[in-house]
Design a protein around this ligand. Structure first.
Ligand code: B12
Length: 299
């Protein structure tokens, strides 16, 4: 499959120009390319053919004829990146996590970023799906509890490392506190939400998992945030969870803050009974909501 992609040398030879010229075109965005694990530029025949047509280059047509993927052919990771094959990419991440390969997971996320994957795409469609695949394997007993723990810790470390590399937007003078209520230990989702808002220029306070609602309220008073984000996956007692949300929602409003509650538990029936300003299903929805509500400084 890799052979259907062209290298910078191939494209330069085809167009009879220097490699540096081809690189310059890609930097300007005139010619689309993507980068491999090793940081090498690759070009699809389709993109090169379009480029040739647009700019009227005269070339040997047979050299760029598309070799379309054949059914049943194993698609390489590079090709999956190029075509945004999220299921496959999540599978690659899952395998990396199950090998307890923290550096590999970090490198993989970096690779996706260098190929212009957005943070919501990364979190919702790669990280979330990979962990759900691991959860399914745990249910099938093909993954043990300790493997699941190691994989999740690897994921959290890789997310933390990646966060250092993400260019941050200038501070927007907005503050958010993020965490999970007492008894809730699933923290990957809320970590993704925090990291996305941090990259968007928010000042973030990460309270972590397993925090009593009273401590959330204390944090509200201490940090006077504009937004509170809570994640819930397996609340032990649903009525208690709803009470905690109602308490926090009222306290947040008193302080002029909004409350978002997300996570798997909010996607089951009964979500309408949760007191919140919005119940996003994903990081992507959270980004849209915050952009709509905090534009021009309006909460
Ligand atoms: C990792 C994991 C754990 C780890 C968590 C470690 C950690 N540090 O986070 C550990 C081992 C501790 C754990 C424990 C348990 N787990 Co568990 N766990 C999982 C697993 C495999 C992945 C969860 C995850 O990280 N998902 C990925 C994240 C990114 O997804 P997410 O949280 O949904 O977040 C996304 C969105 O929802 C959204 N989002 C999330 N939160 C928020 C918040 C806001 C404000 C916004 C805007 C958006 C948002 O953005 C995220 C990105 O898209 C799932 C499998 C699965 N199907 O999910 C099981 C799973 C959730 N666990 C399950 C269970 C049963 C348990 C235990 C009860 C097991 C036990 N008997 O001890 C305990 C409960 C612990 C507790 N009290 O919290 C079940 C839950 C079934 C159910 N519905 O009741 C699952 C589904 C496994 C299964 N298939 O049975 N678990």
């Amino acid at each position: 499959m890799k052979n259907s992609l062209l290298s910078t040398t191939d494209v330069a030879a085809l167009l009879k120009v220097n490699e540096s010229t081809v690189k310059r075109w890609t930097e300007k965005g005139t010619l689309r390319c993507f980068k491999t694990h090793g940081g090498h530029r690759k070009y699809t025949r389709k993109d090169v053919a379009e480029f040739i047509e647009r700019f009227g280059f005269e070339v040997d047509e047979s050299a760029i004829r598309a070799s379309a993927p054949q059914p049943g052919v194993t698609v390489s990771t590079d090709y999956a990146i190029l075509t945004k094959n999220f299921a496959l990419l999540a599978g690659v991440l899952k395998e990396t996590l199950l090998r307890a390969d923290e550096d590999g997971a970090y490198d993989f996320l970096r690779l996706l970023r260098s190929n212009r994957y957005t943070l919501p795409e990364l979190y919702d469609q790669v990280v979330g799906v990979a962990l759900r695949q691991i959860g399914a394997m745990w249910v099938e007993r093909t993954v043990s509890i300790e493997q699941e723990h190691i994989a999740t810790n690897c994921m959290l470390s890789a997310l933390r490392l990646l966060q250092h590399d993400i260019p941050k937007k200038p501070l927007n003078n907005r503050t958010v506190i993020c965490g999970c209520f007492e008894g809730e230990f699933h923290e990957v989702g809320i970590t993704c939400v925090r990291n996305m808002l941090d990259a968007e220029g928010w000042t973030t306070y990460y309270l972590g998992p397993n925090l009593p609602v009273e401590s959330f309220i204390q944090a509200l008073e201490r940090y006077t945030p504009d937004l509170v984000c809570v994640s819930a996956t397996t609340p032990k007692v649903k009525t208690q969870f709803r009470k905690d949300c109602a308490l926090l929602h009222a306290a947040a409003h008193r302080m002029g803050a909004a409350l978002l509650v997300g996570g798997a538990a909010t996607m089951q029936g009964g979500a309408s009974k949760i007191a919140a300003d919005f119940i996003p299903k994903s990081v992507a929805e959270t980004l849209l909501w915050t952009e709509a509500h905090y534009r021009n400084g309006i909460a």
